[in-house]
Design a protein around this ligand. Structure first.
Ligand SMILES: Nc1nc(=O)c2c([nH]1)NC[C@@H]1CN(c3ccc(C(=O)N[C@@H](CCC(=O)O)C(=O)O)cc3)C=[N+]21
Length: 287
C-alpha cells in the first residue's frame, strides 16, 4: 500500500485564491493590505524564502515592503527598523526573517514588534495568548507552521479527535506551539512531545497515529519505525548536497496512510498561513 499525499502545494494554492478574494474586498472598502519583511545578512536560503513571500503577496494582491539590511547591522539599527514598521500605516503585518546573525538577540527583536502586526505569530504576547487559549477565531495571529499543519490535515478531511500525535522537536516555531493547537477542543488530539532527551523514541513512534517530524535531522524517521497506517507530516528542512531533505525517509510512504511530501507539503502551507495572518490583521483593522 502506498500512502495518499497531503498535497501542500495544491492546498496552499486554493487558500491563496480565497485570500485574494478577501484582499479584493478589503481594497474595495478602501483598506490596503501590506506585508513587510526584514532580512539581515546574505544567507542565500533566507533570501530565497523572503523572495518567495513577496511573490506570494503579488499573487494575492497584498502590497509588500522589503527591508534588506547588511550582516553587520547592529541590534539598535534593527530595532529602529522594527519601530519604523510598527508605525508605518501601509504595513499591516511583517516578519523578521530568522535566524538572525549571532550578535543580535532574537528575543529582544521579537518583543519589540507590535503584536498586532506579528505575521509569524511568534511574538511572546501571541504565543502567550495561544497558551491561555484566548485565540478565538481571529483574536490574534497564530504561528504559521503549526497552523499550516493543522489546516493541511483539516483540508484533507482528516479528523484528529482522539488520535495520538507524536511531535518530534521542541523548537519555538513548530514543536512547542503545535501541541497547543492540536489539543484545543475543536481538534481534540492527544499529544506527546519528543526531543533529543527522549529515551524511548522507538516505542513512542510505534504507537503514534500521527507523526509530526520537526527535528531538522535528515531522514530520522524510517519506514519500519512508524505504525502501519500512520499519518506523517514531514516538517524538517535540511539541505543535503544542495537539495531540500526532510526528516522522513521517503520509504515511509509504503507504511503510512497519508504523508506530506517535502518539498511540496508543509512548506507551502507555512507561506499560505503567513498571508492568512496578514489578511486577518487587515480585516481586524477594518472593523
Ligand atoms: N521569521 C521567519 N518566519 C518563517 O516562517 C521562517 C523563517 N523566519 N525562517 C526560515 C523558516 C523556514 N520556512 C519555510 C517556508 C517555506 C518553505 C517552502 O515553501 N518550501 C518549499 C520549497 C522548498 C525548496 O525547494 O527550497 C516546499 O516545501 O515545497 C520552506 C521553509 C519559513 N521560515
Amino acid at each position: 500500500m502506498s500512502a495518499r499525499i497531503l498535497d501542500g502545494k495544491a492546498t496552499a494554492a486554493a487558500i491563496k485564491q480565497e485570500l485574494a478574494e478577501r484582499v479584493a474586498k478589503l481594497k474595495a472598502a478602501g483598506h490596503t493590505t501590506g506585508l513587510g519583511t526584514i532580512l539581515v545578512g546574505n544567507d542565500p536560503g533566507s533570501a530565497w524564502y523572503v523572495g518567495g513571500k513577496h511573490k506570494d503577496c503579488a499573487e494575492v494582491g497584498i502590497e509588500s515592503i522589503r527591508v534588506d539590511l547588511p550582516e553587520e547591522t547592529t541590534q539598535d539599527e534593527l530595532l529602529a527598523k522594527v519601530r519604523e514598521l510598527n508605525e508605518n500605516p501601509d504595513c499591516t503585518g511583517y516578519i523578521v526573517q530568522l535566524p538572525l546573525p549571532k550578535h543580535i538577540d532574537t528575543d529582544v527583536i521579537l518583543e519589540a514588534m507590535d503584536p498586532a502586526k506579528d505575521a509569524d505569530g511568534l511574538h511572546p504576547m501571541n504565543l502567550g495568548r495561544l497558551v491561555a487559549n484566548v485565540n478565538r477565531p481571529m483574536a490574534s495571529p497564530l504561528p504559521c507552521t503549526p497552523l499550516g499543519c493543522v489546516e493541511l490535515l483539516a483540508r484533507h478531511d482528516i479528523d484528529l479527535n482522539g488520535k495520538h500525535v507524536l511531535v518530534l522537536g521542541r523548537g519555538v516555531t513548530i514543536g512547542r506551539p503545535v501541541g497547543l493547537l492540536l489539543t484545543r477542543r475543536d481538534v481534540n488530539a492527544t499529544v506527546t512531545l519528543a526531543h533529543t532527551g527522549t529515551t524511548n523514541l522507538p516505542e513512542l513512534l510505534a504507537q503514534a497515529d500521527v507523526v509530526i517530524a520537526a527535528a531538522g535531522v535528515p531522514h530520522i524517521i524510517k519506514a519500519d519505525a512508524i505504525k502501519e497506517g500512520a499519518i506523517v507530516l514531514d516538517v524538517g528542512v535540511s539541505r543535503v548536497d544542495g537539495k531540500v531533505t526532510g526528516d522522513v525517509d521517503p520509504a515511509a510512504a509504503e507504511v503510512a496512510s497519508w504523508i506530506s511530501p517535502n518539498p511540496g507539503g508543509v512548506g507551502p502551507m507555512t507561506r499560505a498561513m503567513l498571508l492568512n495572518n496578514v489578511v486577518e490583521a487587515a480585516e481586524r483593522n477594518a472593523k
